[in-house]
Design a binder for this molecule. Sequence first.
Ligand SMILES: [Zn+2]
Ligand SMILES: [Zn+2]
Length: 389
Amino acid sequence: MADAESYVRAQVTKVRGVVQGVGFRPFVFRIASKRGVAGWVLNDSSGVSIHAEGTAAALATFTKELRDLAPTAARIDSIDTEATTPAGFHDFRIAGSVDSEVTSAGISPDLPVCDDCIAELFDKADRRADYPYINCTACGPRYSIMHGLPYDRRNTTMALWEMCASCASDYGDPFNRRFHAQPVACPECGPQYRLHDGSSPQLVGTAAIHAAADLLNDGKIVAVKGIGGYHLACDASRSDTVAALRNRKFRKERPFALMLRDLESVRRTVELSPACEALLTSSARPIVLARALITLAGVAPGMSELGVMLPYTPLHLLLFAHGAPERLVMTSANRSSEPIAYRDDDAIQQLAGIADAFLVGERPIARRVDDSVVKIGTAGPMLLRRSRG
Ligand SMILES: [Zn+2]
Ligand SMILES: [Zn+2]
């Protein structure tokens, strides 16, 4: 007779917190496979459910690793485990999602493009080189593309695009960085950016991004569709352009936020303390207020501080790589009294008298997200306006 330790037991585990859209199911799959645990994991309306079968020792290690090794983007609020009857599974699977009216699952906020994706973005040999919608389970949009829960592609604005064979293979491979990355896409199968500048035919893809960077260099105002809405962008070092933006936007005094090409550019623009740097590079990628080292006429009239942020989407990085000025005004594309524009038709209509051109991404935005604004106070960071992160 086998000793008690070798009996297969089963447990049901419910994980609550921010566990959807952060690669949690692939993570569960990997630790289960490593520990010889069979069963399944699925997203449900309040988080992730796991049915796990294995020896007592395997289940104990598996349960411990669930908490200890969870993806960094996840935030676990609770893990509840109950014993159940073994069903005799032979392997571990990622099951489909359970639909429910209840929607309390924590969904990850949008995440800035990760280093792995940046490396591919600028690797000419990669099939996603120069592709503004590159993403993986560690980065990219979540909240802003989600129509509902559970967080599956069919419930996002990416449902409009069918994956090509290569993307489907990435999506289906548990050992691929894009395993179950819901917004996975590539230039073959996914959305693109287009430049609306009155010329016909419209420029598409890399040509559109390159032309937008040229327009910014020429002192033009370009409405740029970002992850959670439109920004109005222009060269912050050109006082004539900044003044034109201020006049057209009816925003006589309020300061404009800046997007700076990289940390070097930040160091030449504001006093960068270690605390500021940590905030600027944090996953929320907020606008950080810091003491100005230079004067940019018209950007923040009468103020000693500038609001600066770093590029956080592949598109932003591509604009700079294609030669956009290193200091861009990046202000929410609304007239002072209106909410940030996020629907293409609304944006084009609202901004017709403000922007000289529109860099419009085809992927719809399901929910508007503003940039948050943070300042380092004597007691640490103070959130002046919350949004992403
Ligand atoms: Zn990534
Ligand atoms: Zn593809």
